[in-house]
Design a protein around this ligand. Structure first.
Ligand code: G4P
Length: 524
C-alpha cells in the first residue's frame, strides 16, 4: 500500500548540540550528500554569532533565515529525510524542546575536545524523557581532543546513555588517520588535505591482516587492541534497544572535512526509526491509520509587518494530508481548508498537494493556531507531549503607550501563542511575562513595537519559579489560594499558578501544603 511505503521510507530527526560543536556544519554536509544543496556555505547558521552588535537585532536577522532552515527535506538512496532545525542559543531551549516532540530520532553532535557540554545535557534529558532514539556523532577529530574511551565514559555518565561505538577513530589531531567502521568492517582513510571520497575506503575483513599495517603503520596495532577492547566491553549493537532509546550508537568524524559523515548517514537510514505512533490524551495514533491527523509544534511569524500572517508547522502523524481538503481544528471546533500548504526541500519552499506521516507541512495562518493544536478529519483528539516548562525569569509588563492598549493585548496574545514566553495575570490584574531565557524579553519588546505598534516597559519581579497547582480537594485548594493570594496568578488558559519568590519559599510552601500538587511543566 502506498501509505505504508511512504511511511517506511521517511526519517524525521533533529540534530542537537551545544553551540559550536558543529551542528550547522554537519547539517550542511548531509544536505550536500542528498544533493539538496550544491555548495558548502548554503545553510545559514541559525545561531547567534558571538559579538553580534545586538543580540535581538541578530535574532531578527536570524528569523528571516531560520524559516528557510526550519525543515530541510531531501532524498537520499530512496529515503525521504526531514531534518528539523533547532536554535542553538540556550535562551531558545524551549523552541528546541518543542521541535523534539515532532521528530522520531536525534543525532547529538559532541566536540571531541570539549566533551559533553551543558546544553547537550539538557537536550538529551528531554530525549530520554520521551525515549527518543539517539545517535552520537563525535566531531572535530582533526583536532586534538579527549581520549575516545574517556569520552564514551563521559557520555554514559553525564548523558545517562548506554553507548555502543559503531565507528572508531585511528589517532586524532595531526595523527588522525581515519575511522574504522565497526558496522561495515571498513577502514576510511583521512586525507589531511581535505576531501574524503569513497575510494579512500578499504574493506578490512580481518583486522589481523597485514594490509592494515600497510595503511596505518604503527597505529595498526593500537587499533587492533582498541577494537578488541570495544568488542569485549560494549554490548553488541542491538537495533531494538536503540529504537527503544536504550542504546546509542556512536560515530566519530570531522564534519568540516566531510569525514565520517557518509558512514553516519548510510547507517542512519538503515537503523533510524520511520514515523512512530503518537500519543494523544484519548488514544495512541498509528501512522498507518488512513485518516489524517497532525499537530502544530512551531509557529513562525511573518517577517513583513504589513502582512501579519504566520506559518504554522504541522507534523503529519497519520494518514495523508491533502491540499484543499477540509480539516477539523479540534480546539476551535471548526473546519479549515488550506490552499497553499508548503513543504520544505532544503532552502526551497514549495506548495504541495499531499504529505505523509513524518512530513512537516507549513500552513499559512492568520491567527487560528497555537502551539499544540490538533488537526484531524473530524475526530476530537489532543496530542500529548508538547509542554510549556516552568519559566524562571519574570518581569511585570507595563503599557508604555496607553493609546495602544488594544495593540499591546493583541501582540502579547499572539506572541504567547507562538510560544515566545508565558503570560500570567495576578489577582490584582497585573501581567507578568515568564521566560526560560533572558533574550526573550528583548525579543518581545522589539516585536511588539515593530509588528503591533505597541510599546511596553518592564518592571522587575523578584520571583523564582512559576508552577501550576492542582488539588483533589476543592476546599483545600480554595484555602491555599486564599492564604497565598499575593503569590497567585492564572495562566493564559485560566489555570492556577503559584509564583514562588525563592527556592526556600517553594520548598516550605510544599511542606506546609502536602495535599497541593505542584507541576513544573504545563502537561499534568
Ligand atoms: P553549531 O552549529 O553547532 O553552533 O556549530 P558550527 O557548525 O557552526 O561549527 C562551529 C565551528 O566549528 C565553526 O567554526 C566550524 O567551522 C567548526 N567546525 C565544525 N566541524 C569541524 C570539524 O570537524 N573540525 C574542525 N576543526 N572544526 C569544525 P567557526 O570558526 O566558529 O565558524 P566559521 O567561521 O568556520 O563558520
Amino acid at each position: 500500500m502506498k501509505l505504508t511505503k511512504e511511511i517506511n521510507r521517511r526519517r524525521t530527526f533533529a540534530i542537537i548540540s551545544h553551540p559550536d560543536a558543529g551542528k550547522t556544519t554537519l547539517t550542511e554536509k548531509l544536505l550536500l550528500f542528498g544533493g539538496a544543496i550544491q555548495v558548502a556555505g548554503a545553510v545559514k547558521s541559525n545561531k547567534i554569532k558571538r559579538g553580534a552588535t545586538s543580540d535581538f537585532m541578530e535574532i531578527e536577522r536570524q528569523r528571516g533565515i531560520s524559516v528557510a532552515t526550519s525543515v530541510m527535506g531531501f532524498e537520499y538512496k530512496g529515503v525521504k529525510i526531514n531534518i528539523l532545525d533547532t536554535p542553538g542559543h540556550q535562551d531558545f531551549a524551549e523552541d528546541t524542546y518543542r521541535t523534539l516532540t515532532a521528530v522520531d530520532s536525534v543525532i547529538v553532535v559532541i566536540d571531541v575536545a570539549k566533551g559533553v557540554e551543558m546544553q547537550t545535557e539538557k537536550l538529551v534529558e528531554v530525549c530520554r524523557m520521551r525515549d527518543t532514539p539517539v545517535i552520537v556523532f563525535i566531531n572535530k577529530l582533526d583536532r586534538e581532543g579527549k581520549d575516545a574511551f574517556e569520552l564514551l565514559d563521559e557520555i554514559e555518565q553525564k548523558l545517562q546513555l548506554n553507548v555502543r561505538p559503531l565507528s572508531w577513530p585511528v589517532g586524532m589531531g595531526s595523527d588522525f588517520k581515519g575511522v574504522y567502521s565497526l558496522y561495515e568492517q571498513k577502514l576510511v582513510l583521512f586525507d589531511a588535505h581535505g576531501k574524503q571520497n569513497t575510494s579512500d575506503a578499504v574493506q578490512i575483513n580481518e583486522l589481523g591482516a597485514p594490509e592494515l599495517d600497510g595503511y596505518l603503520g604503527r597505529q595498526a596495532g593500537r587499533l587492533r587492541e582498541e577494537v578488541e577492547l570495544i568488542e569485549g566491553v560494549y554490548p553488541a549493537f542491538d537495533r531494538q534497544a536503540y529504537l527503544k532509546g536504550q542504546l546509542s550508537p556512536v560515530f566519530f568524524g570531522s564534519a568540516i572535512n566531510n569525514f565520517g559523515v557518509r558512514e553516519l548517514l548510510d547507517c542512519f537510514i538503515e537503523i533510524a526509526p520511520p514515523p512512530q505512533p503518537s500519543k494523544t490524551e484519548e488514544r495512541e495514533i498509528s501512522p498507518e491509520e488512513p485518516q489524517f491527523t497532525g499537530f502544530v509544534f512551531k509557529i513562525h511569524a511573518n517577517m513583513d509587518p504589513n502582512h501579519r500572517n504566520r506559518l504554522a508547522f504541522v507534523r503529519v502523524c497519520s494518514g495523508k494530508f491533502e491540499r484543499n481538503k477540509n480539516y477539523h481544528h479540534v480546539r476551535m471546533g471548526k473546519n479549515l481548508k488550506f490552499s497553499s500548504p508548503t513543504s520544505f526541500m532544503a532552502a526551497k519552499k514549495s506548495i504541495i498537494d499531499e504529505a505523509f506521516p513524518g512530513d512537516i507541512v507549513g500552513l499559512y495562518d492568520t491567527g487560528n493556531f497555537k502551539i499544540g493544536d490538533t488537526l484531524t478529519e473530524g475526530e476530537s483528539i489532543h496530542f500529548k507531549g508538547i509542554p510549556s516548562f516552568s519559566p524562571e525569569l519574570f518581569r511585570y509588563v507595563v503599557n508604555a503607550d496607553p493609546m495602544k492598549s488594544k495593540q499591546l493585548a493583541k501582540g502579547l496574545d499572539q506572541l504567547m501563542d507562538e510560544g515566545v514566553a508565558q503570560l500570567f495575570t495576578t489577582a490584582t490584574g497585573r501581567k507578568i511575562i515568564g521566560t526560560v531565557g533572558a533574550l526573550q524579553f528583548e525579543v518581545i519588546q522589539y516585536r511588539l513595537k515593530h509588528e503591533y505598534g505597541a510599546s511596553c516597559e518592564y518592571e522587575s519581579a523578584s520571583l523564582y519559579k512559576a508552577c501550576w497547582i492542582t488539588c483533589e480537594d476543592a476546599a483545600t485548594l480554595k484555602l491555599f489560594k486564599q492564604r497565598k493570594m499575593r503569590n497567585m496568578a492564572v495562566d493564559k488558559h485560566g489555570r492556577d499558578v503559584f509564583l514562588a519568590t525563592s527556592a526556600w519559599d517553594l520548598n516550605s510552601t510544599r511542606e506546609l501544603f502536602p495535599d497541593i500538587n505542584f507541576h513544573f511543566t504545563s502537561e499534568f
